[in-house]
Design a protein around this ligand. Structure first.
Ligand code: UD1
Length: 422
């Protein structure tokens, strides 16, 4: 297994291009199942999660061609054969559940394996299932699979989610566009990836209003056409690289970055003392020279502070002056990076969903490993600040969500390399 080796302590300077959003792309790709005309997605990130979704769609009979080295995906579902999403693929990636809505909407039935346990808490899919039931799908859970059927089609309904779920909002949107009549989603997720999905579906001929607010209204149509859609920029990759100069020193410009997508995070970063500004080509962050100041962080659905940047922010707060409190409100058990950061000399106490970080002057390099994507990258960031050598193992997590991470960071002066495993 590969690992990543970092020699910390080098300030950074330069520009990092930000890719299209993994989480947007994973919701956009299943939209192909709704039409027999081709869907072309541009600005796609080249990541293992995207390859997993490609395999899943191919297993259902969709054709997926890659152009420009995978940055453009042309998806076509004119000849859909399958309705079954197998455990072997679903277990690799929870987002596989997003084929459920479009399959039931277009084919009238679907069999999708339930995603297994996940490293960041229980993460059930009950909201997805209840939402599709509200549209008239019959659900049966057997042998670890959801068997969904709606032989005479789905019909619009009012669905109010008890709490915000990005995936359940997307699954419902992907089904309601072909349902008869009007669907209203209340307490809908407002994340930019949901907005991007709504925009793409509208290009395909769907009738949707209200995306980006808590209430989305969808008027079902009989059929959807093909379309070409650029994937929105990845706000989590953006936030991760905005933290790099804050941790290592120096200045980095993130090309293609948009401050409106990371406003709560950017505000928090500015409160630590970093200079954050929009540029003509993206977003720049400059370390002012003084040690970062402690800040408190509470994760929340968009437009709040994203849970997917909590681990990376913690890496910065480990070297801040003073005590920071981080409250994780979206997922249980999402502080698995904390024990690894402790190995690098951080001072952190975790009690349930709250972590108290007492900033130290300096972290020390150490061999570490992480069990999820964002936790892994937080250890890379910590390594940029640490004295000596940090070795991060199990980097396959990183490859799920960060395209050419070591190349992007070494291009701005970080001493980082991938070591091929045996
Ligand atoms: C998506 C993102 C993930 C991000 C998360 C929150 C993708 C592929 N992944 O995940 O990176 O961390 O949003 O911003 O886009 N829940 C239920 N029942 C359900 C669905 C969710 O109880 O049926 C709970 C979850 O366990 C969690 C909360 O709802 O506690 C929010 O999860 P949700 O917004 O659904 O996250 P995902 O869509 O899985």
């Amino acid at each position: 297994m590969d690992s990543i080796l970092i020699h910390g302590g080098t300030p950074l300077a330069g520009r990092i291009p930000i890719a299209g959003a993994k989480n947007a792309c994973l919701a956009l790709m299943p939209a192909t199942l709704l039409s027999d005309e081709p869907l072309t997605l541009t600005n796609c990130p080249r990541l293992s999660d995207i390859r997993t979704m490609t395999q899943l769609l191919q297993s259902l009979g969709a054709e997926v061609s890659q152009l420009q080295g995978g940055q453009v995906l042309v998806l076509s579902s004119h000849d859909l054969a399958g309705v079954r999403a197998d455990y072997d693929i679903v277990r690799k990636m929870r987002a596989s559940i997003l084929v459920l809505g479009p399959l039931v909407a277009r084919r009238g039935r679907a069999e999708v394996s339930l995603p297994g346990g996940c490293a960041i808490g229980a993460r059930p899919v009950d909201l997805h299932l209840r939402a599709l039931e509200a549209l008239g799908a019959a659900m049966d859970l057997r042998d670890g699979y959801v068997h969904a059927s709606a032989p005479s089609g789905l019909r619009g309904a009012v669905v109010e989610f008890p709490f915000v779920s990005v995936g359940a909002t997307e699954n419902l949107l992907l089904a309601a566009v072909l349902a008869r009549g009007t669907t209203v989603i209340r307490n809908a997720a407002r994340e930019p990836e949901v907005v991007d999905l709504a925009r793409c579906l509208r290009r395909m001929g769907a009738r949707i209003a209200g995306e980006g607010t808590g209430v989305i209204e969808i008027e079902g149509v009989d059929r959807l056409a093909g379309a070409t859609h650029p994937v929105v920029v990845d706000r989590i990759e953006l936030g991760t690289y905005m933290l790099a100069p804050a941790i290592a020193g120096g200045e980095v410009e993130c090309l293609g970055g948009r401050l409106d997508l990371v406003a709560a995070f950017a505000d928090t970063l500015a409160r630590t003392g970093m200079e954050v500004r929009a540029t003509a080509d993206g977003v720049a962050v400059r370390h002012g020279g003084a040690r970062p100041r402690a800040v408190d962080v509470v994760t929340a659905p968009f437009p709040g502070f994203p849970t997917d940047l909590q681990a990376q922010m913690m890496a910065l707060l480990c070297i801040a002056e003073g005590e920071s409190v981080l409250e994780e409100r979206i997922f249980e058990n999402r502080f698995m990076h904390a024990p690894e950061l402790l190995r690098m000399g951080a001072r952190i106490e975790v009690h349930g969903g709250t972590a108290r970080v007492h900033g130290v002057e300096r972290l020390r390099g150490a061999p570490v490993m992480a069990t999820d994507l964002r936790a892994s990258v937080s250890l890379i960031l910590a390594g940029l600040a640490a004295a000596g050598e940090t070795v991060v193992s199990r980097v396959y997590h990183l490859d799920r969500g960060y395209e050419r991470l070591e190349a992007k960071l070494s291009a701005v002066g970080a001493r980082i390399e991938r070591v091929q495993g045996t």
